[in-house]
Design a protein around this ligand. Structure first.
Ligand code: FAD
Length: 412
């Protein structure tokens, strides 16, 4: 059977994309290396994903949001950036832009589970879990995937959503710039004595970076960035010793701590693909842009790629055009690069500036945070970016008008 689209990778981006395309009645084959059980009932992986308002809107439109248990959604009211022992910090609050929250925190495994449930009723989905891909190729007429069991699938367009280390991207000759931050992130849930009041912390300490993401009143997700060996050592400590060390690392600001989940370690590597498209081929999710998690934009950008590809498919449908045409793919690439490159570069710069412990850099950080806290429009701009719900492909004047409206001071 000839499909319209083959998607490789049923992570959160691949599943949401499959759902978006099936809703437009495209015939989609979704190929996944893992067995169905790992996709249908994903295990807790320590990641708590901070979703922006635009991402939540899209998840609602895709019918994914309704499958996330309400108890697993935590409001994010404010975010505070701190540096070492400096008394100057910057806080971005949702009420700066007249909202009750900047975004929501949702466990990654709940997003994956909800995205899986979302595609269950898709009549045009052709699902292939537990497959091994032998080869991929594209010609002027079609894209073709051969599986190790000998089956061949053809479609007008092939999309790789197979992680930041995408094998499909490499097989089709698209390079990527990769930056190894030389550190790992250890993530887990901690109970703590002192309430967090819905405020997330990003604390750039010396030799380590600590984040605390508020889940329930005395429960947070701890995110600790340290050299890889140190992350592994902490992961293997007995639970009580680990909690005591975390209390010390967080300078007792949240009082006594207790480990409330398994611990997970992620090596930090940023990836930006040199191109997002090829002949009858496109990259989505982390396969296009694999962000450092510090600015919490990875999956939000993954959803942006879903929305932009869905928009491209809508044009193909309404104008009767070839879904894999060069012109449509070029349009997707243009939009997704314009929407992701500034964030990718800004995130890498933030990491470099805020993790450099030399004296001049510490001074620079203190100046940035002090100025940021005092310059209200700057903080409002940061908040406005998170709460902006506008479709990503709204015309620029519409987005500018909405952005400016958010920046104007609110009337009481
Ligand atoms: C600690 C941490 C915290 C994070 N916090 C945030 C946050 O707050 N906000 C945010 O927006 N993002 C965050 N992210 C990023 C977010 O988790 C990722 O952007 C997102 O999971 C990427 O989804 P994906 O579907 O593109 O890729 P993946 O989740 O990597 O899924 C890829 C899928 O492809 C499959 N696959 C791979 N190779 C093949 C193959 N050859 N054949 C078939 N299938 C294949 C895999 O099995 C997998 O199912 C965080 C990441 C980390 C590590």
């Amino acid at each position: 059977m000839r499909r319209d689209v083959i998607i490789i990778g049923a992570g959160p981006a691949g599943l949401c994309l499959a759902q978006a395309l099936c809703r437009q009645s495209w015939k989609v084959a979704l190929l996944e290396r893992q067995a169905e059980a790992a996709i249908a009932e994903p295990a807790f992986d320590g990641r708590e994903i901070a979703l922006t308002h635009a991402s939540i809107r899209l998840l609602r439109e895709l019918g994914v949001w309704e499958h996330i248990p309400r108890d697993d959604i935590a409001p994010l009211r404010a975010a505070r950036v701190m540096d070492g022992e400096s008394p100057h910090w910057m806080t971005v609050e949702s009420d700066l832009v007249g909202k009750t929250q900047l975004g929501s925190l949702v466990p990654n495994h709940r997003i994956r589970e909800a995205a899986w449930r979302g595609v269950q009723d898709a009549p045009t989905l052709d699902w292939h879990p537990g497959v091994r891909i032998a080869s991929v190729r594209t010609t002027a007429e079609h894209a073709e995937v051969e599986l190790q069991d000998g089956r061949r699938l053809q479609a007008s367009l092939l999309i790789a959503a197979d992680s930041r280390f995408s094998e499909t991207r490499r097989a089709l000759g698209i390079g990527a710039s990769q930056y190894d931050f030389g550190k790992s992130m250890l993530v887990c849930r901690l109970r703590h004595e002192v309430p967090h009041h819905g405020v997330a912390w990003e604390w750039f300490g010396h030799g380590q970076t600590l984040a605390m993401l508020p889940l329930r009143e005395h429960l947070s997700s701890a995110v600790l960035t340290v050299p890889h060996a140190e992350a592994r050592r902490l992961q293997d400590l007995p639970a009580d010793d680990f909690a005591a060390q975390m209390r010390e690392r967080y300078a007792d600001r949240l009082g006594a701590m207790e480990l409330d989940s398994s611990r997970h370690v992620y090596p930090l590597v940023g990836v930006y693909a040199r191109r997002f498209v090829g002949r009858r081929f496109a990259l989505a999710g982390d396969a296009a842009v694999g962000m450092h998690p510090v600015t919490a934009h990875g999956f939000n950008l993954g959803l942006a790629s879903v929305e932009r590809l869905a928009d491209m498919a809508r044009i193909a449908r309404t104008q009767g055009r070839d879904l894999g045409s060069d012109a449509l793919l070029a349009r997707y690439q243009r939009r997704h690069r314009a929407g992701s490159l500034p964030l990718y570069l800004a995130t890498s710069t933030v990491v470099r500036v805020f993790t450099d412990d030399r004296a001049p850099m510490r001074k620079l950080r203190e100046t940035i945070l002090r100025a940021g806290q005092q310059v209200m429009p700057f903080r409002r701009l940061l908040a406005a970016q998170l709460v902006d719900e506008a479709p990503l492909d709204a015309p620029l004047p519409v987005r500018l008008r909405q952005g400016l409206a958010q920046l104007l001071p609110r009337r009481a």
